[in-house]
Ligand binder design. Structure first.
Ligand code: TRP
Length: 347
């Protein structure tokens, strides 16, 4: 088995309304991984356009995700932060993967079915082949670990299937070019369990979502202290006080979600939160949750505002990151072209 150096890659789509679920489910984890890994964090603008994006808004959304990365604590100098479309190698590898992945594999993707909705004939071809581009994002850096939400688990499995099929299909060529028996690693997902899923503040059975028509359903990362506190105050709950054990949270989705949010923000378990607040009414618990949320999120929101006031600075960070990413990605593409049998430019 070839040994691959550990490298972390993840991506976030610039589709607006970055919310608490994105922070707790993804970005917070990205921040922690910087400690012990080389990390590449990508604003996946090419994925975003698989559904219609207004060009006037897209650029701002790309800058917003970048600002959020940095405001949350990602270091764009020690690690790499960039937007996908600046590194053409992602698209090049995605094409090769279009020819490796099978229709049957993509037909099984549940996210496509959900997002294409009833009229699948009208979905973009890009939405269908989306997972191949995602595999390319990851494998163009031969990344070994990918932190994602559990909704992306199936896409990560597909990424491994693609890597494995490429390694098999081109086995002799891979060996001949000196890469041993495996050119691409079988990337491991780093998945948050459902325990830290952040649900809508208006309906505890639905995930917090950028597209929920109600602004009160989500806390966005640009909300100020006052708005954060208001949304928590207005969050839907049931009339019972907080129980003293996890079992009794079952069947109380709103209560469970608020306890989960508190636990994630406090970096502790739901059981510890219940131990502290058992017996309290929501009228007592919500202000504590609001204080904690404001303490953690308000500084992020104001730092984002500062960063977004200077788009030129954000754009410079992205192009610097892209330059460094391209160096890595172009090595992979060069090797892939040799493995596949393409003729390279004469030197
Ligand atoms: N599909 C991911 C999402 O919607 C975003 C994404 C694109 C991604 N490319 C990636 C995540 C590569 C991890 C690795 O959340």
């Amino acid at each position: 088995m070839t040994k691959f150096p550990e490298r972390v890659f993840s991506g976030v789509q610039p589709t607006g309304n970055l919310h608490l679920g994105n922070y707790l489910g993804a970005i917070k984890k990205f921040v922690a991984l910087q400690e012990n890994h080389d990390c590449i964090y990508c604003v996946v603008d090419m994925h975003a356009i698989t559904t219609w994006q207004d060009p006037k808004v897209l650029a701002d959304n790309i800058r917003e995700v970048t600002a959020a990365f940095i405001a949350c604590g990602i270091d764009p100098e020690k690690h790499i932060v960039f937007n996908q479309s600046q590194v053409a190698e992602h698209a090049e590898l995605a094409w090769i993967f279009n020819c490796v992945a099978r229709m049957g594999w993509l037909n099984r993707m549940t996210q496509f079915k959900d997002r294409a909705g009833k009229d699948r004939e009208k979905a973009s071809v890009g939405l269908f082949s989306y997972p191949n581009l995602m595999a390319a994002d990851i494998l163009v850096y031969r990344a070994t670990h990918v932190p994602v939400g559990d909704d992306q688990k199936q896409h990560l499995e597909l990424t491994r299937d693609i890597a494995q099929k490429f390694n098999n299909d081109f086995g002799p060529s891979i060996a001949e070019e000196g890469y041993g028996d495996q050119f691409f690693p079988l990337t491991e997902p780093l998945i948050e369990g459902p325990a830290t899923r952040v649900m809508s503040l208006r309906d505890g059975t639905k995930k917090m979502s950028k597209s929920d028509p109600s602004d009160l359903s989500r806390i966005v990362l640009t909300d100020n202290a006052e708005t954060i506190a208001k949304k928590i105050r207005k969050a839907k709950t049931d009339p019972a006080p907080l129980p003293d054990n996890l079992d009794e949270l079952k069947g109380r989705p709103e209560a469970e979600s608020l306890v989960g949010i508190y636990a994630a923000l406090a970096e502790t378990g739901k059981d510890a939160v219940l131990a502290e607040f058992a017996g309290q009414e929501f009228s007592q618990f919500k202000p504590k949750l609001a204080d904690l949320a404001v303490e953690i999120l308000a500084p992020i929101s104001s730092e984002m505002q500062k960063l977004q006031a200077d788009p030129g600075h954000i754009d410079a960070i992205l192009s610097n990151g892209a330059d460094r990413a391209r160096v890595l990605a172009s090595d992979t593409i060069k090797a892939v072209k040799e493995i596949v049998g393409f003729i390279m430019p004469a030197t």
